[in-house]
Design a protein around this ligand. Structure first.
Ligand code: ADP
Length: 444
């Protein structure tokens, strides 16, 4: 492939709570890895700064080595912090490991430490490390509320110290996560929280007038970043028209852009995917049939060769975090319809909410003896690849969706996406006879 190199080469540092595949919960992790790899390929220097979560499988990190130990400020004292370097999927990663309880536990989120405070610590620790190591990247790219205090810390503190060159880019992957933060919590990372409790800076617009204590890290980072990106043009429009941040975004409209996410075509490639029992591409779809049969047999679904209509049993796959945003009632309705219509369906998802978890567990048990529906309540990267490869249809019935990756991955693996027309789903899925999409008609 002829790789285009950019002429103005930059040093880009991503500061993020997730990175695929070592610390991925949803699309954020995929996008950080894909974007970092794309920029590396174009000739830029890229580093990803990530908390060194205890749950990270170190075997997936190449050349892992302790670089240094330094101190980073938190809550009135300096915390000894290890910094490691390593390489993940070809991307240089800097791991930040404080000596306190932060980031300990068996999963990326939901540990027994205070999550907000851990990310406040992490955001400052990244800037502190850039300062200690004398690194001046061109761009510090922050993602979501977790790293939302970094732009404040940069422009109100570190820029007055030694960091002069960097400019800050914020990507908002999902506006629903606003990073609720009390003034005194923000003060713990060394800023004066009360300075931000006004409408122009970080006060949470939903509570204006009755709770000036409450700040939003997402809003603060919108105000303080040099550029803001969200993950699809339609979501950009939606967030400017409604939602609690619309006023702030309109005020900062000139630096707010909607850029459609893509998927990492190297990581998601059915012609080379190491997780698949058989490879395939658009010109050779035999392998896809084998993948479907493999999944059907593995999950005890009636495989096509044994069913009444050997060629026509469609397999519907839904791979999703099981949260309200994803259209839970539409997913459960789909189970019923697919069963009634004689199709097959596999759901792979994790429900962070206990009630949702037990509802789906009940459904899983109900269908476990049958031969058409399977509900797998777990997170599995490997299974997700196999299911996309096996799928005839990928279902993404989100109520709202900033961009969504599942529909794009599905299409790359030869499945038809069925989606609601919202956000990035509206920007990526088109009917075959949609005249406004001439390139689709040409098969490109
Ligand atoms: P979100 O970021 O809101 O979760 P996206 O569609 O942008 O939604 O990204 C979801 C990503 O997470 C996709 O790569 C999808 O395959 C993956 N994913 C979601 N749930 C699971 C799961 N239970 N096991 C494996 N991968 C999952």
């Amino acid at each position: 492939v002829d790789i285009q190199k950019d002429s103005d080469l930059m040093h880009i540092v991503h500061v993020t709570a997730e990175m695929a595949p070592i610390a991925k919960v949803g699309g954020l992790g995929d996008v950080v890895t894909g974007l970092a790899r794309a920029c590396l390929t174009r000739g830029h220097k890229v580093d990803v700064f990530l908390p060194f979560y205890e749950c990270i499988n170190k075997q997936h990190i190449k050349e892992l080595a302790l670089t240094s130990t330094y101190n980073s400020f938190y809550d009135g004292s300096w915390v000894a912090t290890n910094v490691y370097r390593g390489v993940v999927s070809g991307i240089p990663v800097v791991f930040i490991e404080p000596s306190n309880q932060f980031f300990k536990g068996q999963s990326v989120y939901g540990g027994s430490y205070n999550e907000l405070e851990a990310y406040l610590f992490f955001s400052r620790a990244c800037l502190e490390w850039l300062q200690v190591s004398g690194t001046q990247p061109d761009i510090i790219h922050v993602h979501e509320w977790q790293t939302g205090s970094l732009p404040l810390l940069y422009w109100d503190m570190y820029h007055y110290l030694s960091l002069k060159k960097p400019r800050i880019v914020l990507t908002i992957h999902n506006m629903e996560h606003y990073g609720e933060c009390r003034q005194e919590q923000l003060s713990k990372c060394g800023l004066d929280g009360s300075m931000y409790a006004n409408e122009e800076k970080a006060v949470d617009d939903r509570t204006i007038g009755h709770n000036p204590e409450r700040l939003s890290l997402l809003k603060g980072s919108i105000v303080y970043s040099n550029a803001i990106v969200t993950v699809s043009p339609t979501y950009l429009k939606e967030t400017l028209c409604s939602g609690w941040l619309a006023g702030t975004l309109i005020r900062h409209r000139d630096k707010y852009f909607g850029i459609l996410n893509g998927i990492d075509a190297a990581m998601w490639n059915p012609a080379t995917d190491a997780y698949l029992p058989a490879k395939f591409d658009a010109n050779n779809v035999e392998g896809k049939k084998i993948c479907k049969l493999y999944v059907q047999r593995g999950l005890g679904l009636a495989s096509e060769v044994h069913s009444r209509n050997p060629d026509t049993v469609p397999l519907v796959v839904c791979i999703s975090r099981l949260v309200a945003q994803k259209g839970l009632h539409l997913i459960t309705n789909a189970i019923r319809y697919v069963e009634e219509l004689g199709g097959q369906m596999v759901i792979l998802g994790k429900a962070p909410d206990g009630r949702v978890e037990s509802e789906f567990r009940g459904l899983a048990e109900l269908h476990s003896k049958g031969s058409s529906i399977r509900i797998l309540l777990m997170y599995s990267e490997e299974l997700s690849h196999m299911l996309y490869a096996a799928a005839d249809i990928v279902l993404v019935p989100s109520i709202y969706e900033p961009c969504g990756l599942a529909q794009m991955i599905g299409m790359r693996y030869g499945a038809v996406p069925i989606v609601r027309k919202t956000g990035g789903l509206a920007d990526t899925v088109f009917d075959m006879d949609d005249q406004s999409q001439p390139e689709l008609m040409n098969g490109t």
